[in-house]
Design a protein around this ligand. Structure first.
Ligand code: TNX
Length: 515
């Protein structure tokens, strides 16, 4: 945390793409410790090798580093064994048993002769790679060879995250997005050291994940979306591709099956899950919320949920199952808490840990449970009480970090029910102390949800993510001592040429001094 104060006063990254090295502190999210060493810059060249030990996950990170650097540099960058006596120097990736770095931390040492990365676990090596990538000129994002020189600034960085849970949510129910789009969002998360992707897989407008025992969920419930688009769904193989791609990049997928409300698509597929006496459900392509629900009084409902959660859990490598729980306006009081408590037990039976929107707070505690708090005013005694009973919290305040909120009144897509969220607003708050009566130790981390009622394509997703996603990433990763809007906006500004080169759409927010 003893980052030199001057490191925060970074001038615009005017040197990007030119011969001089970037500044060692020009990284988003801000590293914990940065120690520049003048004269120790390292130049990559056609002979540079990447050396790594035998651990397969470490080797995978070395391959990912090579794959990131090869297109722009045109260098061969062979990945060789650490023990290979032929290959001194280069970039070395080493796993150590230094526990101080934690499961995701890393140390990076750059000098004239070598670049050394050490970490206690492969995830830390991957995060060091993301830092390295940002320390090279923006042209490193090019898909075809461009002239160097490829110079890394000399010195050391010691870095590890503030919170273990750093995420974003993609609503694939209001609009459906194909697997390729989801994989690209995962790439964006990795770039900023985020480690969870929450997929909102079911809602009134569509059911997006195949469940063998209830096939009509996707064949019928997957058709349609907000507006007149065709919708779609993920087969089991599609979902497995997503979770594997994520796991290969140390991203945990959090699948959400939203219950008991937000279930119109499931009810269209299986009308027998609806409470008796309601009108037969019909496909819904609007954007109202809170009208649909599965019958909490029927045993059939719990058989259905057990099947769905069992199958989704079986295909999900991560520890979490998100059960929604929001805006179930028609299931109230004890009917609601009784329902949630039963579903929490069904989650436990799958071996997973339950996550729910903070509306589930009044239900009894379940081992390990996590509340995703999306309120707009920090006083929430019900959530604070659930925390006293043992719940942990993911901070997603709608007025600060909902990525579907407009940046400004003239933002062409998005909502404003929780306010306008420009980059400064997304950045200038503290997830650790935001909620009244909830201690920092109960905060598992931070997540930025992107609801997609008005978001219909990958460029629109990126427009809402960039540049607010890097702001969330910094809140989740960086020690509070580095928090500084003036420094952040300067560091962020230097990313625009990276995004442009990588073909990433972004909002050129006026409060950031873009080059
Ligand atoms: C509220 S936030 C919802 C979503 C909407 C969103 C739009 C939450 C848990 N539920 O159903 O998509 O607002 O901003």
């Amino acid at each position: 945390a003893d980052r030199a104060a001057t490191e925060l006063l970074v001038p615009p990254a005017a040197t990007l793409g030119h011969a001089a090295a970037a500044r060692l502190g020009d990284v988003v999210p801000a590293p914990e410790q940065v120690h520049p060493v003048p004269g120790a810059d390292h130049r990559l060249g056609p002979d540079t090798v990447i050396r790594v030990g035998a651990d397969p996950a470490a080797r995978a990170v070395a391959d990912q580093l090579a794959a990131l650097l090869r297109p722009a540099t045109g260098y061969p960058l062979p990945v060789t064994d650490l023990a290979d006596p032929e290959s001194g120097g280069g970039i070395t990736l080493t796993l150590t048993d230094d526990e101080a770095l934690g499961p995701e931390g890393y140390r990076l040492d750059v000098d004239r002769d070598a670049v050394r990365v050490t970490a206690g676990a492969p995830a830390g090596l991957l995060y060091a790679v993301q830092t390295l990538r940002q320390l090279l000129p923006a042209a490193v994002e090019s898909a075809t060879p461009v002239p160097g020189p490829w110079i890394l600034p000399g010195g050391s960085i010691v870095d590890r995250p503030r919170f273990p849970y750093r995420g974003a949510m993609l609503d694939v129910a209001r609009h459906f997005f194909p697997v390729a789009d989801v994989l690209r969002v995962i790439d964006h998360l990795v770039r900023y050291k985020l480690n969870h992707l929450h997929l909102h897989l079911t809602d009134d407008q569509g059911w997006r994940i195949a469940v063998d025992a209830w096939p009509r969920l996707t064949t019928v419930g997957g058709m349609g979306e907000v507006g007149d688009g065709p919708g779609g769904s993920y087969s089991t193989a599609d979902y497995q591709r997503i979770v594997r791609y994520a796991a290969d990049r140390h991203v945990t997928v959090v699948p959400e099956i939203d219950l008991p409300g937000h279930t119109n698509a499931a009810l269209v597929a299986y009308p027998e899950l609806a409470p008796e006496g309601v009108d037969p459900p019909t496909p819904y392509t609007g954007t109202e919320v809170g009208f649909s629900y599965v019958d909490p009084a029927s045993e059939r409902t719990y058989d259905f949920i057990a099947d769905v959660l069992g199958e989704v859990a079986a295909h999900t490598p991560g520890p979490w199952l998100h059960i929604g729980g929001d805006e179930a306006f028609k299931v109230k009081g004890e009917a609601y808490t009784g329902f949630v408590e039963r579903v929490q037990r069904l989650v436990a039976a799958t071996g997973k840990t339950v996550v729910g929107w903070h509306q589930i707070a009044p239900a009894a505690h379940a081992e390990g449970r996590v509340l995703q708090w999306w309120g707009t005013t920090p006083d929430d005694p019900t959530t604070a009480e659930a925390v006293r009973r043992g719940a942990r919290v993911i901070a997603s305040p709608a007025n600060l970090i909902y990525l579907d909120m407009k940046y400004a009144p003239d933002t062409p897509i998005g909502h404003d029910w929780a306010g306008l969220i420009d980059v400064r607003r997304a950045y200038d708050w503290d997830p650790g102390s935001h909620l009244t009566g909830v201690p920092a130790e109960a905060i598992l981390g931070v997540e930025a949800p992107l609801w997609t009622e008005s978001v219909t394509s990958l460029p629109e997703i990126e427009f809402m993510l960039f540049p607010r996603l890097p702001a969330v990433a910094e809140l989740g990763w960086s020690p509070r001592s580095t928090h500084d809007w003036a420094g952040f906006r300067e560091r962020l500004a230097g990313h625009a040429p990276r995004w442009t080169t990588a073909g990433i759409t972004f909002h050129a927010a006026p409060e950031v001094p873009w080059p």
